[in-house]
Design a protein around this ligand. Structure first.
Ligand code: GYE
Length: 309
């Protein structure tokens, strides 16, 4: 007999579209918006049917979405987990149903690593180190205490925990650098502004030298708060952040932000490739790390036209 579909995996041969259920965190930042757009576009390009669920920052909504995907018998589940812990039960349900789970963007903290097929995303600890190293370099040769305020990402989220850890590790190189205040602003611009206002109030009479924000959106909100307090962001207060979204490059061109550490949200194509590989029975890498750079204000004008998100 002629093997019409020789070499083709079953799902391709039977003409059925692969179905991917994706549980997204929400729309808290420009990064997240670009991430959702990348995944939707890549699914279209790959001919994969995407069931997209927005959890509005709530883990309980993500767990519900995963259970719905299991009930619908999707081929593959992708999860961008809002926080690190609390996923064991639902991941075991997916495993029992024979549906592979790919973690995108953020990792979970579960001892049983067989609960997910692959994790693709950035090394957040390294991003924090890069931010810290930039600051140490920038202030090299100076004297006196450097008072840093920190805007943390979502409580319990991998990028918040890891970016804090990496930054703290890097600034140890210079003992006069100290974080004097640190609070969550949930990765959002509005909360970034609010919390920065509170920092400025609480530090009245004392100088804040540096703001370290775990993402650009919070930095951009804080920049507004700094300006409204009559100070110059980028000069009076150095501003260091992470992601590398277009608005951050614009703020650097305007002299209001000093550096952004890149974190790419464009995970769609790798995710679709992984979905296809999984269904074709190809082994997936346990960990796919995104490659990214550091962009100080000096290169912002030149880089801005190349930015894709
Ligand atoms: O940095 C932030 C977003 O998980 C890497 O989440 C992501 C982070 C990103 O809201 O802007």
């Amino acid at each position: 007999a002629v093997l019409a579909a020789a070499g083709l995996p079953a799902w391709a041969a039977d003409g059925k579209k692969l179905v991917l259920g994706f549980s997204q965190i929400g729309a808290e930042s420009a990064w997240r918006t670009a991430n959702s757009a990348s995944i939707k576009q890549a699914a279209k390009d790959a001919g994969i049917e995407l069931k997209f669920a927005d959890a509005q920052q709530k883990q309980e909504n993500q767990i519900k979405a995963l259970r719905a995907f299991i009930a619908q018998k999707v081929d593959v589940i992708a999860l961008s987990p809002v926080v690190e812990t609390g996923w064991g039960t639902v991941l075991r349900e997916a495993k029992a149903a024979g549906i592979p789970v790919i973690l995108t963007d953020r990792l979970v903290k579960e001892a049983d690593e067989s609960l997910w097929a692959s994790f693709m995303g950035s090394d957040f600890v390294e991003e924090g180190r890069r931010a810290g190293r930039w600051l140490v370099d920038r202030l090299k040769g100076g004297k006196g205490d450097v008072r840093i305020v920190e805007l943390q990402g979502t409580v319990g989220a991998a990028p918040a925990l890891d970016r804090k850890k990496g930054f703290e590790e890097a600034i140890k190189a210079e003992p006069r650098l100290n974080i004097v205040r640190s609070q969550t602003a949930d990765f959002s611009r509005a909360k970034g502004k609010e919390v920065m206002e509170a920092f400025i109030k609480a530090e009245a009479g004392k100088k804040i030298h540096v703001l370290y924000a775990h993402n650009d959106d919070m930095a951009l909100g804080a920049i507004q708060a700094i300006e409204e307090a009559g100070l110059k962001p980028g000069t009076d207060i150095l501003v260091v952040s992470i992601d590398g979204v277009k608005a951050a490059f614009q703020a650097m061109v305007a002299g209001k932000l000093n550096v952004t550490v890149e974190c790419s949200p464009l995970l769609g194509p790798s995710l679709m490739q992984a979905v296809k590989d999984l269904k074709a029975g190809k082994p997936l890498p346990r960990r796919l790390i995104t490659e990214e750079g550091v962009f100080p204000a000096e290169v912002a004008a030149r880089e801005l036209p190349n930015r894709k998100y």
